[in-house]
Design a protein around this ligand. Sequence first.
Ligand SMILES: [Zn+2]
Length: 208
Amino acid sequence: MKTRLTQDATKSPQAPCPDELVIRVIRSNRRRKTVSARLLNWHTLEIRVPAHLSEAQIEQITQEMVARALRKRRTMRNYASDETLEQRATHYNDLYFAGQLRWRSIRFVSNQQRRFGSCSPTRGTIRISDRLRHVPDFVLDYVIIHELAHLLQPDHSPTFWELVYRYPKTERARGYLMAMELEQVREDTHHTTTTNGNINEEDETHAS
Ligand SMILES: [Zn+2]
C-alpha cells in the first residue's frame, strides 16, 4: 500500500486518497476479553476493545488488526474508482437512455452506510456508497442505472422501474443488495450504535 503523508495541495481535503485507512478505536466497558474489528467501508476500520486494556495493548492490537484489514482489502476484487463510475454511467446513458441524460457529478461517498446510492435530479449529482466499491460489476452497474433513471423519474413509479428493468440483471442485482443489507443488519445487532436517521430529501436506492 502506498501511504501519502504529505499534504497534496492540488487535492480537495474532502476526497480521501484512494488507499487511506482511518482507524476508529472504541473502548467498551461491556467487553471483557473480546476484540472485534470490522471494515465499515473501504476507508474506515472500526476496532472495539475492552476498556480496561492499556495503551500499549491497544496499540499492539491495532497494528495487528490494521495489517489484517489491509490484507483483506487487497483480496477485494474490482476496486472501482470515481472514474469507473463516470465511464460506466456514460456507457449506460448511451445504451439505455439514448445519450440524453446529463449530470454534474457521479462519485463514491463514505457517508452513506444505510443507502446504496442517491440522486439529486435538480443538482445533477449522483452519489454511490463506497460499500459498493468491491461488489460484482453487475451489482454496481445496477445501482448506477437506478440512479441515472432518477434523473428522468425522481420517484419509484412503474415508469421508473420500466426504465431500470431494461438492464437485464436488475432482478439479480436487487437480490444481491437485499442479502447484503440483511448481513449488515445482523452485524449491527452486535453493536449499540444507532442508525442515524437519514435526512433524505433526495432519493435513495432501495434494494427491495
Ligand atoms: Zn431509487
